[in-house]
Write a protein that binds this ligand. Structure first.
Ligand SMILES: C[S@@+](CC[C@H](N)C(=O)[O-])C[C@H]1O[C@@H](n2cnc3c(N)ncnc32)[C@H](O)[C@@H]1O
Length: 300
């Protein structure tokens, strides 16, 4: 015990000299409510979903059946899952939304772009045990769990041959650190109607999650009318200034691909897990993309 404390103190001192610190990683819900407070948390999550769904018009949704029971089932499954590590992958709030959203969407096919440890693939396959799910990553080395019904593919989804797959009712989930404009365009040109984007940040808060500009533009930029007055965005990343020239024609084209969009409600205060809520997009059908490249309907 003494030796361990001494080793830790020595390590801490060494790491402290280079501005680092030794911290034992915890898991999400290591500290969690029980009894009355747990019931309240699960009910509040279900109410938030039901209220959102009652108003949602982004794409057709089937009615949810007993959302509180679904939330409880998913919460128990999550506690037993290997996805409680808060570093890098999706966390509880967003995985729950994926699970509930997939159930009320009932797509013909799911594309999960950005597998990492497999958390989103697991949530989607838990929601849709009979739906084909393709999960793509350029490097599947971190995969922690191969969820049943999921085909894991080590490549960019845009290089995949979808012959024989029904994309007209497909749901694409993008969480892959790639330019969201590119993903929107790739999915819309293949006739995929429904898309979910993680890490969609506005111009005021994108700087942490640009991957040096490779992840720009965000969908927020595509929808941001005030950007039409700007010629570039700049930010500082670890001491380096980065500039991203704004291609107005490209943003306008991307905007024309969006038929409807929505930002999901933030459930961070309900669970204490802080995450950016997903962006949903319904793509304009391919026929309409050919004839009209200026209008954006129903966008809020
Ligand atoms: C944030 S993680 C994905 C998290 C995962 N969806 C989850 O639920 O935990 C991003 C992943 O995108 C992958 N990635 C990077 N470029 C990619 C590409 N072009 N196509 C697919 N995946 C890519 C990275 O290798 C990384 O594993």
């Amino acid at each position: 015990m003494k030796l361990r404390r001494l080793t830790k103190r020595t390590l801490d001192a060494g790491l402290g000299m280079v501005g680092l610190q030794l911290v034992k990683p915890g898991l999400d819900f290591d500290c969690r409510p029980t009894g009355h407070a747990l019931d309240r948390m699960l009910t509040a999550l279900a109410d938030t979903f039901d209220c959102w769904q009652a108003e949602a018009s982004v794409w057709p949704l089937q009615s949810a059946t007993d959302t509180v029971a679904q939330v409880r089932v998913f919460y128990d499954a999550y506690l037993a899952s290997p996805f409680r590590d808060p570093s890098g992958g999706s966390r509880f709030n967003n995985l729950l939304w994926l699970y509930l959203l997939a159930q009320v969407t009932q797509p013909s096919l799911v594309i999960d772009s950005g597998t990492y440890r497999g958390a989103s693939a697991w949530a989607l396959s838990t929601a849709l045990p009979r739906c084909p799910i393709l999960s793509f990553d350029i490097d599947l080395a971190a995969l922690a769990y191969r969820a049943p019904g999921v085909t894991f593919v080590q490549r960019d989804w845009a290089d995949f041959d979808f012959t024989g797959h029904d994309l007209s009712r497909a749901l694409a989930y993008f969480d892959d650190h790639v330019d969201q404009g590119r993903r929107l365009s790739e999915a819309a040109s293949r006739g995929i109607p429904w898309m979910v984007f993680d890490d969609d940040f506005p111009v005021t808060s994108f700087a942490l999650i640009t991957h040096d500009g490779f992840a720009l533009p965000k969908i927020e930029f595509v929808l941001d009318e005030k950007l039409s007055d700007a010629s570039e965005l700049s930010w500082v990343s670890r001491g380096h200034e980065i500039r991203w020239p704004i291609d107005q024609a490209r943003l306008a084209h991307l905007r024309s691909l969006v038929a409807a969009t929505d930002r999901l409600p933030n459930t961070s205060l309900i669970t204490g897990i802080h995450q950016t809520p997903y962006r949903l997009v319904r793509a304009r059908p391919r026929r309409a993309q050919l004839f009209d490249n200026t209008r954006v309907e129903e966008c809020s």
